[in-house]
Design a protein around this ligand. Structure first.
Ligand code: GLN
Ligand code: ZN
Length: 762
């Protein structure tokens, strides 16, 4: 017997219904009851899809109006005291306050109630809200939502598997808000509440609870590892069957522990932990259920069902007992359905499987394992699609592989070391001490957005569009000249998104119409799909950049997105290593860099905000990743002469532990987000003696607040304690595209004034 299920399903709805309802609710256009009705409707639809696909359970508890970790903050009764909720505030209103904060009435710093911090969910592009813990944090079963959803599903006649984030992962994902205490100490207080929840679910008629402990795939400190057995021994007493779910990463040293825990079943990620399947099939006692995450929940490719069946038959051979099948992780990380992607041709479409299609693949696997001929047609179709993708001329481009194979060993090295380049660049540009610049984008006004949209829809002629963008560029150039900025940018008005803009012009990429994935709250992203060898048919930015340069005597900085960021924010091929795809993108960007140089652009920025987030979950895999990631960056940057200045930019990240690798990127100038950390981030750069030039952001672009000249002088003085004046640049934290013009002008004016003040003394 095979049981099929999913760890979770996308929440937004086929047409992002949840997003639009949430935003209407936040604007005050629909009340809580109307929003709840939309949620109920979506859950009902998504459960029905699971049932129609023949899943043996529907999964309940994966839905959230903002984020599932925030749901647990309420379920477990640990809303932080700092929010000061009054007893009569409705749960949903409190929930949105946790998620979105409350602006202060006066606008003064320190007032208002800032939202829970948000951070990336493991190595995905989903962001969760970070629970806050203090020694006083207490827990209680405080919220009925989960139980109500279970009742909803039962009333619709479904067989229910409930899902909870496990107690250890919940604590791990949170943050201590006071010194001298470790959040693991709260476990003892937390477990009785989990126990109560499980007992309640059992009483509702739920037999199986999936309890997610993805942290079993991380490098855990001993205290955390040791906490699992006692915790789960306690939870085993609830009477409900627990399926312990792990995903995203191999279990490695936690493998024996995971197999041993007193639970009724174990789910493993058969994609990311493929190398452990055989061992677990062998070691997991046969009285426990093995749930194999056999379909890739992190990617959009149709599965090779023959290969999957071969593996599954081998596992069945070893275990001689029931097997559960599921996607590797929750389907939260893939778009809803391929149906309706009529913009993609039939061949490309046949290669894809989003959430709905993955459910269908599970059913085919189940039927095929049972020897049911009903699977034959679907298997044949799947086989056909796999073969078509493997053999397709669109996937492989012999010129790309030949070029990679023929790369000289020093292709990722600039002709001279940094000091020689610095001298050549100083002689060429003659910039003042503490040169000022910005990160690339300027305010994207409604006018710009609508011109771009009209052009895309074919309602604005190419020449009119070009004229509109050139007008904007001229404005941005004039503004920067008037402000007295030293290195100008063209403002990026022609770009909707820093990855999409390049993906649309590169071979090997395609775009869906509706392939949205939740990023956080109501925010969704539509990642490009890299399906084939990547190359650059023609220049992508040269004409905009040279046009901008023609308007000014000052250096105009060319603006590109780096290979790792493009890779990281796309769905990528699963038929070659990520490093190979990164290399291909790097060469395409390199072509652009070289063309910009040839067209007379002397300063070129290659943005890599996603380098840090690409780090593998396991530390032992960092070195390998950083080696190929930094090499890809250097490949993209190294086709130019000494006098061409390469910049890179990264948003807020911890750099401390990867500084040697950041330095190994060997950009002439790096600009980083630092103002929110009060320049603290820079200490590491100073201690490490970071060799090249650096522009720590002097003001936060996430808020409309205009920093004063004095404030920025202060920050720069702090920076000068660690960075030699000759290596220091002055710039905002990040691009300005989400800001409005008035605050942008005021802030940049103060920034230039701050640089000028310091030039007199530094
Ligand atoms: N050049 C981009 C911009 O200014 C950089 C964006 C980013 O770092 N995320 O918008
Ligand atoms: Zn940035």
């Amino acid at each position: 017997m095979t049981t099929i299920h999913t760890l979770g399903f996308p929440r937004m709805g086929a047409q992002r219904e949840l997003k639009f309802a949430l935003e209407r609710h936040w604007r005050g256009e629909i009340d809580a009851a109307a929003l709840e009705a939309v949620g109920r409707e979506l859950r009902a639809r998504h459960w029905q899809l699971q049932r129609d696909a023949g899943l043996d359970f529907v999964t309940v508890g994966d839905f959230a109006f903002y984020d599932h970790v925030a749901n647990h903050v309420q379920l477990l009764g640990c809303e932080p005291a700092r929010f000061g909720f009054a007893g009569d505030e409705p749960a949903l209103a409190r929930y949105f306050t946790l998620a979105r904060g409350v602006a202060s009435e006066t606008g003064a710093a320190g007032s208002g109630r800032p939202a829970l911090e948000m951070t990336k969910w493991f190595d995905t592009n989903y962001h969760y809200l970070v629970p806050e813990f203090t020694p006083e944090t207490a827990f209680s079963l405080a919220e009925e939502r989960l139980f109500a959803e279970v009742d909803e599903a039962l009333a619709l006649g479904h067989r229910v598997k409930a899902v909870l984030l496990g107690p250890l992962s919940f604590l791990w994902l949170g943050k201590e808000k006071s010194a001298g205490f470790a959040r693991i100490e709260l476990l003892e207080r937390l477990l009785p509440v989990y126990q109560q929840i499980l007992v309640r679910l059992k009483a509702q008629g739920v037999d199986w609870v999936q309890i997610d402990e993805p942290i079993l795939g991380l490098d855990l400190p001993p205290a955390w590892r040791q906490a699992f057995e006692p915790a789960y021994s306690g939870l085993a007493k609830s009477g409900v069957s627990l399926l312990l779910a792990t995903y995203f990463s191999p279990l490695q040293e936690n493998l024996a522990l995971a197999c041993r825990l007193p639970v009724h079943g174990l789910h493993i990620d058969g994609i990311r932990a493929a190398q452990e399947v055989a061992a677990i099939a062998d070691w997991l006692p046969v009285h426990k259920v093995l749930s194999l995450g056999i379909l890739d929940g992190r990617n959009i490719w149709r599965a090779d069902l023959d290969a999957a069946l071969k593996l599954l038959r081998a596992v069945r051979e070893v275990r001689q007992c029931d097997l559960w099948l599921a996607p590797s992780c929750s389907l939260l990380h893939v778009p809803f359905s391929v149906a309706g992607e009529s913009g993609l041709d039939a061949e490309l479409r046949s290669w894809l499987a989003f959430a709905v299609e993955k459910l269908a693949e599970l059913r085919v696997l189940k039927l095929a394992l049972a020897g049911d001929g009903a699977a034959d047609a679907a298997l044949a179709e799947s086989r056909q699609a796999i073969q078509s993708r493997r053999a397709s001329q669109r996937v492989t481009d012999a010129r790309v592989s030949a070029r990679l194979a023929a790369l000289p060993a020093d292709a990722d090295r600039r002709p001279s070391p940094f000091p020689a380049r610095q001298a050549a660049q100083r002689a060429r540009f003659g910039l003042p001490l503490l040169p000022t610049t910005s990160i690339g984008s300027f305010p994207q006004t409604a006018e710009i957005r609508s011109a771009r949209a009209a052009f895309k829809r074919g309602q604005l002629a190419a020449t009119d569009y070009q004229r509109a963008m050139e007008k904007e560029i001229a404005h941005v150039v004039a503004v920067q000249e008037e402000l007295g900025i030293d290195v100008l940018v063209h403002g990026e008005p022609e770009r909707n998104d820093m990855v999409e803009y390049f993906g649309e012009q590169l071979a090997g990429f395609c775009f869906t119409a509706n392939g949205w994935v939740q990023s956080y709250g109501s925010r969704c992203v539509k990642p490009p799909i890299i399906y084939g060898d990547v190359s650059r048919p023609q220049a992508m930015t040269v004409s905009w950049t040279t046009h901008a340069q023609s308007l000014t005597e000052k250096p105009m900085k060319g603006m590109l997105t780096g290979p790792i960021t493009i890779l990281q924010w796309s769905f990528v091929r699963d038929d070659q290593p990520r490093s190979t795809t990164a290399e291909q993108i790097a060469l395409a960007i390199r072509d652009e860099v070289v063309d910009l140089e040839r067209a007379g652009i002397g300063i070129i920025q290659i943005d890599e905000p996603a380098i840090r987030e690409g780090l593998p979950l396991r530390r032992e895999a960092w070195r390998d990743y950083l080696a190929w990631a930094t090499r890809a960056f250097r490949l993209s940057a190294s086709g130019v002469g000494d006098a061409t200045q390469i910049h890179t930019h990264m948003c807020y990240s911890e750099f401390n532990d990867i500084l040697p690798e950041i330095a190994a990127m060997d950009a002439d100038v790096i600009t980083i987000e630092t103002s929110r950390s009060d320049m603290e981030l820079l200490h590491a750069f100073g201690e490490f003696k970071y060799p090249n030039e650096i522009g720590p952001g002097v003001y936060d672009i996430h808020s409309p607040r205009v920093p004063s000249r004095e404030e920025m002088v202060c920050l720069l003085q702090k920076a000068l304690e660690t960075i030699p004046a000759g290596n220091l640049w002055v710039n905002p934290d990040c691009g300005l595209k989400t800001r409005a013009w008035p605050e942008t002008l005021a802030a940049l004016r103060n920034m230039v004034a701050a640089a000028k003040t310091l030039r007199l003394t530094a």
